[in-house]
Design a protein around this ligand. Sequence first.
Ligand code: URA
Length: 198
Amino acid sequence: MSALSELYTEIDRCEDCELSRHRSRVVPGEGSEDADLLFIGEAPGWYEDQQGRPFVGPAGHFLDELLLSIGLSREDVYIANVVKCRPPSNRDPLPSEMRACRKWLDRQIELIRPKVIVTLGRYSLAQFLPGDAIGKVHGKARTKEGIIYFAMYHPAAALHQQSLRQVIAEDMLKIPPLLAQAAEVVAEEPKPEQLSMF
Ligand code: URA
């Protein structure tokens, strides 16, 4: 069993916040265990809660389209959420719920070791770049502790506000150059045997 599968078992049992009392299924996240690219949304919605999989409703269909636009599929990336259980009536997750769930996200990041993290929406952005306003920083990248963070509007925003669809689609196209940049940085890092010479 992989470390990530073991983590899913732990997440499945979690009752550390109120959301666990309302869920049908936990939605830990899914995708490639060694993905370079990690997308982090907000919280599971109705479809996700039913299936135990992230982004499988209308916002997820748009995310699939966006991935396709840069030649990727869900299997090439990893998709997770800030909270792993659906908030009742799709309300916003509470700060206490996000705090309680943060440990799972941190463990996922530790295990997957992505090079680029794409935050989807303001709740996800606030977890990593607190104080940044999505309207200002979307489509921009920032490197912190060796990881490139890239902020995007949440795909669901385009379902409510048609004008954002194009903005989100254009922001998505900025991701492949970031992945290429991250790969270059890794290639430039000295190999362990080079390090041991000094
Ligand atoms: N919205 C999210 O933020 N996450 C999902 O998994 C689905 C919709």
